[in-house]
Design a protein. Structure first.
Length: 83
């Protein structure tokens, strides 16, 4: 098993230290915020609880695209046809 030579925080700091990569990170988190707003609204429209939304929100905050993708995969197919 390999061990990382730097922490996740130092890796994140390296990413935002350059203007080019900082813009990409900033754009990704804008997308993540918009996806979380959409997922929250969709959960409320489907009558789901906040506890259903919470794992997707946490995955989105940490991994950005995994939360919304998993939300779409687990969404009932009858609801997907309405999108």
């Amino acid at each position: 098993m390999s061990i990382a030579q730097q922490s996740l925080l130092s890796f994140g700091y390296q990413l935002i230290s350059s203007p080019d990569t900082a813009q990409v990170v900033f754009d990704l988190y804008i997308m993540a915020f918009l996806a979380m707003v959409w997922m929250y609204d969709d959960c409320k429209n489907l009558g789901k609880s906040n506890m259903y939304f919470l794992p997707f929100m946490l995955l989105t905050l940490v991994f950005v695209s995994i939360g919304p993708l998993l939300y779409l995969v687990l969404k009932p197919s009858a609801e997907l046809s309405k999108i």
